[in-house]
Write a protein that binds this ligand. Structure first.
Ligand SMILES: NC(=O)C1=CN([C@@H]2O[C@H](COP(=O)(O)OP(=O)(O)OC[C@H]3O[C@@H](n4cnc5c(N)ncnc54)[C@H](O)[C@@H]3O)[C@@H](O)[C@H]2O)[C@@H](O)CC1
Ligand SMILES: [K+]
Length: 494
């Protein structure tokens, strides 16, 4: 449901609060009216997804998310459904209190949750425990309730965001609801698109509560969902020089496969020429597997220098190793001042010898590599992927692709795009090597580092989705090569 332009825009909780305030203060729509509209949208969503549901249970927390829940319960009761409310603790004052009072006045059934209670029977559960106000891991009682709901096997509609999922970061600090459907209000919260979100959110719908477009004007946007992109067809009179020349550097002892995948991906994404600088022992295998790759054995910087002189863009790191050979090539590549994509051991070496890039550069770390580059732990990176990606981009002066579910592409100027394509089948060896080659090929064809990283991440993820139609488990990196070629002119939403 991203038909509207502003639904591609992603917001922080603070920004969503600013939108709420604008609706209340400037448009004169009261908080309680917004809550009513939210409940109406959520109940309509429930009916759409579960038209045969006769009995529902609504789990209400202490804040306005719980307030939405009490109103949903009222709407369901009015529609003739059997409804039970399970509340965590008293709703606070304000709109949530009003909503709870209305539910109680209607004579609705309410249970107070305690550890020994059993969950009500229902066709659908509605999760209104915590929304954007979650500010820590759910406490013991809430945590047990969430785990019991998840284990019940009953489908869950999450109100605004699955309880336990942080709307800013996509991180779950403790237990979190796994929803079949999430109905979110007013704006897309950025935490619903990266990290653990994919496991929790299920199918996502957003309702703008009938608020006019002008509401979104003037409230800054934190990030954007990656959109369909088109490279367009090749010029009819193209020659191979137009496609640029990628030089891929890597493939230490035993890792020829990594540099081959990188090189092949660059070829399949339209690089005019692809050279490989690698260990001499890899040449026979590379030449017989893919004769279009121009593989050269290099012992050290001198041989690399001649290759650098002919290249447009460097792809440094797949299978490079961190030994003396890899380090010497890495240093020569970086000192050349050429545009480059840095991955794998290229990044690990950068973590050891920090520097800031002044020429177009793209870094493609997975969370572990990002952690080394930032001097943090993997868990710290995953706890706020947005902050980590932005900090890396700023610190290294490079466009950064933070890989993982919901890959982030961060620009040193603060812009950030989120890729929601891709699938868990892509969590396998060689996928990162491909991405390096894809991005390098796009830069070689004239894209800026920012465009190459965004288009490359999207292209790679879409190719993964096409390849996964035959099954996610057992998906090989090389399965993406044909789809990469097929999608090369443009890709987007199905
Ligand atoms: N006017 C508005 O701003 C609207 C808000 N709406 C709803 O309101 C929600 C936000 O409401 P609130 O800001 O009241 O926040 P929430 O209802 O998300 O939760 C806040 C409450 O939970 C407590 N809390 C937070 N984390 C906790 C934890 N880990 N363990 C135990 N308690 C915890 C807080 O102390 C507070 O009492 C939205 O997600 C949305 O569902 C909708 O009704 C639409 C309009
Ligand atoms: K919720």
């Amino acid at each position: 449901m991203h038909a509207d332009r502003h639904l591609r825009d992603l917001y922080t909780v603070e920004q969503v609060r600013a939108l709420d305030r604008r609706a209340i203060d400037e448009l004169g729509v009261s908080g309680f009216e917004l809550m009513n509209r939210a409940a109406t949208a959520a109940f309509a969503c429930l009916r759409r997804h579960w038209p045969h549901a006769r009995q529902i249970a609504v789990f209400c927390g202490p804040g306005n998310n719980g307030g939405d829940g009490y109103l949903i319960a009222g709407l369901a009761q009015d529609a003739g459904l059997g409804v039970e409310v399970v509340e965590l603790n008293d709703a606070g004052r304000g709109d949530a209190g009003l909503a709870r009072d209305a539910w109680q006045r209607s004579g609705g059934i309410t249970h107070r949750w305690h550890q020994d209670a059993s969950l009500p029977q229902a066709d659908v559960y509605v999760d209104a425990l915590y929304g954007t106000g979650l500010n820590r891991a759910p406490e013991a009682a809430a945590s047990t309730l969430i785990e019991r709901i998840n284990a019940s096997g009953i489908p869950v509609l999450a109100v605004d965001i699955p309880s336990g999922l942080n709307a800013d970061t996509g991180h779950c600090a403790g237990a979190a609801i796994r929803a079949q459907v999430t109905m979110s209000f007013i704006a897309a919260k950025r935490g619903m698109y990266t990290g653990q979100a994919a496991t929790q959110v299920g199918s996502l719908e957003i309702d703008t509560l009938g608020l006019p477009q002008l509401l979104w004007q003037g409230v800054p946007v934190d990030a954007t969902l990656l959109e369909a992109m088109h490279l367009g067809p090749r010029a009819r009179d193209a020659h191979k020089g137009d496609g640029g020349h990628v030089l891929a550097i890597g493939g230490d002892h035993g890792t020829a496969g990594a540099i081959r995948l990188c090189g092949e991906a660059a070829l399949r994404c339209g690089a005019g020429l692809v050279s490989i600088a690698t260990r001499s022992e890899n040449l026979t295998a590379l030449n017989s597997a893919r004769p279009e790759l121009m593989a050269h054995g290099v012992h050290g910087p001198q041989e690399l220098e001649t290759m650098l002189a002919r290249a447009t863009v460097l792809a440094v790191g797949p299978g490079l190793g961190q030994g003396a050979w890899g380090h010497a090539l890495w240093l020569t590549a970086l000192d050349s001042g050429m545009p480059l994509v840095l991955d794998a051991d290229g990044l690990n070496l950068l973590a050891r010898e920090q520097r800031c890039f002044t020429l177009p550069a793209v870094l493609t770390p997975h969370p572990g590599e990002a952690a080394r580059l930032l001097g943090k732990t993997n868990a710290e990176v995953q706890a706020d992927r947005f902050a980590a990606a932005r900090e890396l981009a700023r610190r290294y002066g490079a466009v950064v692709v933070l890989k993982g579910s919901g890959s982030l592409v961060a620009n040193p100027d603060g812009r950030l795009d989120v890729c929601t394509w891709g699938n868990p089948g892509m969590a396998s060896g060689g996928m990162g090597d491909l991405l390096t080659g894809v991005i390098a090929a796009l830069m070689a064809q004239g894209c800026s580092a920012w465009d190459a990283a965004r288009i490359g991440v999207g292209l790679h993820a879409r190719a993964g989705d096409v390849a996964a139609r035959k099954g996610e488990r057992g998906l090989l990196a090389s399965d993406l090569l044909d789809p990469l070629r097929a999608l090369g002119n443009g890709f987007g939403h199905d």
